[in-house]
Write a protein that binds this ligand. Structure first.
Ligand code: NDP
Length: 289
C-alpha cells in the first residue's frame, strides 16, 4: 500500500507534487504558511494540517517545496524537533552549500536529509518526462523510492547532499546558453526579414543533431587530452570571428559569439591553438590556467 507522505509548501510546484501523491493513492498531508491554498487537494483526498508540527508528525517522509533556503529555515524552525526520526526530501531549489547547511542543521535535530532537484514545470509533475535528482544516503532514497517515483523519473546521483543541486544547475546552465544561441541566431536572421518561428524550424533539428557531439567532447574532457584529429581551436576561432563580424555588419549585438571567441582566445594565447576546440572547456573549468 502507498506510504504516507507530507508536503510542506503549496506554491505552484508544491501543489503539483501533492496532487501527484494523492493521485498515486498515498495518504497525503499538506501544510502551507498561508492557509486556503489546499482546497482542491483536500477535495481530492489530501489532509490539510492546521499546524506545521501535526503535518510533520503525520508521515515518515516530509517533502519540502518552499521558496529558498531562508524560507525553509524560517518555516521549519518552530517545529524542527518534530522532524526527529523522519526523512526530509528537499525539493526547494538550493545551492550545494545550502543543502549541506540545512542537512547539518536537521541532523542536529535527528532528522535525515535527502537533497533533491526538480527538472520540470508543475504541469509535467507525475509524468515520465519530469526528471528528479536526489542525493544523500542511498538507503534513504531506496526506502522512499516508491513514493518519490510518483513525481516523475527519479534518480539517485550521489552520496553528497549537494550533488542533486549541481545536476540541476549544470543542466539549467546548458539550457540558458542554448537559448542565448537561439536568440542570437534569431536576431541575426531577423535582419533578413526571417521570423523567429521560421528560424526555430531550422534551429531545433540542427541543434538536436549537433547536441550529440557532446559525447565526443566528453571524451576529450574526461581524458584531459585535447590533441585534435580534426577541427582545431584555430579553425573554430575563425568561425567565431566570422559570426562576430557578420553580427556587427548586420547591426546586432555580437556579445554572445564575442564571449565564445574570448574563451577560445585564452587557450590560443596559452599556446593550444592546434588542440581540439573542446579545449575552451578549460577556460571555464580552470580560469587561472
Ligand atoms: P511559489 O512562489 O509558487 O511558492 C512558494 C512557496 O514558498 C509558497 O508555498 C510560500 O508560502 C512558501 N514560502 C515562501 N516563503 C516562506 C516562508 N518564509 N515561510 C513559509 N513558507 C514560505 O514557488 P514554486 O512553488 O514555483 O517553487 C517552489 C520551489 O520549487 C522553488 O525553490 C523553485 O525554485 C522550485 N521549482 C519550481 C519550478 C516551477 O516551475 N515552478 C520548477 C523547478 C523547481 P505562502 O503561500 O504562504 O506564500
Amino acid at each position: 500500500t502507498p506510504a504516507p507522505v507530507t508536503l510542506l509548501g503549496l506554491g505552484a510546484m508544491g501543489r503539483a507534487l501533492a496532487a501527484a501523491f494523492v493521485a498515486g493513492g498515498h495518504p497525503t498531508t499538506v501544510w502551507n504558511r498561508t492557509p486556503g491554498r489546499a482546497d482542491d487537494l483536500v477535495a481530492s483526498g489530501a489532509v490539510e494540517a492546521p499546524e506545521l508540527s501535526a503535518a510533520i508528525e503525520a508521515s515518515p517522509l516530509v517533502v519540502v517545496c518552499l521558496f529558498d533556503k531562508d524560507s525553509v529555515r524560517e518555516a521549519l524552525a518552530p517545529a524542527v524537533s518534530s522532524l526527529a526520526g523522519r526523512t526530509v526530501a528537499m525539493l526547494t531549489t538550493f545551492t550545494p552549500t545550502d543543502a549541506r547547511e540545512i542537512s547539518t542543521w536537521l541532523a542536529e535535530h535527528d532528522a535525515d536529509y535527502l537533497g533533491g532537484a526538480v527538472m520540470a514545470v508543475p504541469t509535467m509533475i507525475g509524468k515520465p518526462e519530469s526528471q528528479l535528482f536526489y542525493s544523500g544516503p542511498q538507503h534513504l532514497f531506496d526506502t522512499h523510492r516508491a513514493t518519490l517515483e510518483r513525481l516523475g523519473t527519479s534518480k539517485h546521483v550521489g552520496a553528497d547532499v549537494g550533488t542533486s543541486a549541481l545536476y540541476e544547475t549544470a543542466l539549467l546552465s546548458g539550457m540558458y546558453a542554448m537559448f542565448a544561441g537561439y536568440y542570437h541566431g534569431a536576431a541575426l536572421i531577423g535582419t533578413g526579414g526571417v521570423s523567429a518561428r521560421e528560424f526555430a524550424a531550422y534551429f531545433v533539428p540542427f541543434v538536436q543533431a549537433m547536441a550529440s557531439a557532446a559525447d565526443g567532447a566528453a571524451e576529450f574532457i574526461d581524458k584531459g587530452d585535447y590533441t585534435a584529429e580534426s577541427q582545431s581551436l584555430e579553425f573554430n576561432r575563425s568561425a567565431l570571428h566570422h559570426i562576430v563580424h557578420v553580427s556587427e555588419d548586420q547591426g546586432i549585438s555580437p556579445e554572445v559569439p564575442v564571449l565564445l571567441r574570448e574563451m577560445m582566445d585564452r587557450q590560443i594565447r596559452a599556446g593550444h591553438g592546434a588542440d581540439s576546440a573542446t579545449r575552451m572547456y578549460e577556460s571555464i573549468a580552470r580560469p587561472q590556467g
